[in-house]
Design a protein around this ligand. Structure first.
Ligand SMILES: [Zn+2]
Length: 114
């Protein structure tokens, strides 16, 4: 259950980027989450809603975009994507695998109410 601390991080990032002007309120926060983070989207949204209730982000909705896992073979250079971690290259069988993406957790967009 690390979603609670992740939700807290997201809230802090958003608050750091909000304009000083208090008339703005946040409508939507969009995040991208890599497959390898093992974050449960439902728990993350639940945590986000619970933590924002008493803040200036109250009412904001959290939208999650999932990024697949992408690996690159260190021997033949083949890149492959999928939702499961691959331990060997599907092309040449090499286990020299480098993770290209899948560890991401980033706030990509903050949408404000007018
Ligand atoms: Zn390979």
């Amino acid at each position: 259950m690390h979603e609670l601390s992740i939700a807290q991080n997201i809230i802090e990032i958003v608050q750091d980027h909000l304009p000083e002007d208090q008339k703005y309120s946040v409508k939507t926060v969009r995040v991208k989450i890599g497959k390898l983070t093992n974050i449960l989207p439902d728990s993350l949204v639940f945590s986000f809603d619970a933590l924002t209730r008493e803040t200036n982000l109250n009412g904001a909705s959290l939208e999650i975009e999932h990024l697949p896992l992408t690996i690159e073979c260190g021997d033949c250079g083949l890149q492959s994507s999928g939702n499961e971690f691959i331990f060997a290259c599907p092309e040449c069988g090499s286990t020299s695998i480098k993770i290209v993406s899948g560890n991401e957790l980033m706030v990509t967009e903050i949408e404000l109410n007018d």
